[in-house]
Ligand binder design. Sequence first.
Ligand code: NAD
Length: 437
Amino acid sequence: MDISIIGSGYVGLVTGACFADVGHNVICVDNDPRRIETLQAGKVPIYEPGLEEVIHRNVSAQRLRFTGSIQDGVENSQIVFIAVPTPQQPDGSVDLSFIEKVAREIAGVLTSYRVIVDKSTVPVKTGEKVRESIKRYNRHGAEFDVVSNPEFLREGCAVADLMRPDRIVIGAQSEHAIDLMKKVYEPFMAPILVTDINSAELIKHAANSFLALKISYINAVSAICEASGADVEKVADGIGMDRRIGRTFLNAGIGYGGSCFPKDIAAFITISEQLGVPFNLLKEVQRINADQKIRFLKSIREALWVLRDKKIAVWGLTFKPDTDDLRSSVAIELVSDMVKEGAHVTVYDPKGMAKAHEMEALAGAKFASSALEGVEGAEALVIATEWAEFANVDLAIVKEKMTTPIIFDGRNLFNPETMAKLGFHYYSIGRASVTPH
Ligand code: NAD
């Protein structure tokens, strides 16, 4: 099928590449000329495992190309996906101006029937607004259908998620649009759930809120474990072995971040309030999440007494491993908080350094070129992201390089007993801290 995707970011680019890989002809559109130039030059502007190969393979096969022109995309495709940002506004609601602008632009160049598919995460009832907007600016009176097709990929394994999704949700009114969408997704051999547009939109916010709830649940349990001497990892295993609950998303840590969970939970709260049915449980999810970072910082302060002039290494800046995405990362907040308190912070991340250099919030930090360089002379090491590189590090070398062997592990990468034997003061989440044996 001929497909265009408006917005070539984490979602648009990965979706476009994977659609091309199963045989569709795909045009990825973006209004950032630098991004399009980079892609046309054969470079990939984001890090996502496996993405570069998929893009190169499909560009060579002439199934994938990049353009700055929406007109080019809309004219040369049957189905137009929208994958532009839907950021959070200061009051928690969703900024839909990107979606509105794209809807207007599509309408302006629409000359014959197209299916317009919203893949961005949007509040329930946005589909109706998109339809009204396209109708209003549709100069040629061309026919079109609007579809909601929320995306569930996870950064860090987005290509794998796209190729083998748990389910595809198609929210649509018209049978013709549903048939075309089924053809798009046929090669993926995933279960397809067809719903009305409102339900499809709501599924995305409800799913992300539930996952965030699971994280906050185990984080709240981690605080009780710390207060009672229980071990949150054992508790999570014990809960997770129940098939009705499952072990995934039960990893205690410094809280969720990233470009989706914080904004989607805030959006769902606002949506529920606007509809007159406030979802207050989600406010508690947010509170527990914020509290997790505060408690972690408190444990650092308590152990180091004062942070001023302390040399602190931070491993991990991205909001999760296997991505270069630093958006709303708790790690960045931690670094910025410690710098504000006068600590000399040196940061290192396996894939996030290029973007980190451009971040104002990290202006007061030093940048290391390796994990081991980062801990040179450090009085404490803070682990903020669970990269495999950190879990597999030679801890004996780390200890040798540090001035004082104190580790604050915000992601529970190591076994406390082992750390004590290796001679570390080791603080983690929801488990008793240990001192060297
Ligand atoms: P992104 O910022 O990585 O990419 C968005 C792209 O859209 C950018 O390249 C930007 O230049 C482009 N753009 C903006 N306005 C445009 C316009 N008028 N015309 C053409 N291009 C335009 O964002 P993302 O992470 O891909 O997220 C996109 C949407 O998908 C959001 O609604 C997000 O909530 C949702 N989503 C994201 C993820 C994720 O893990 N990142 C997962 C599921 C859903």
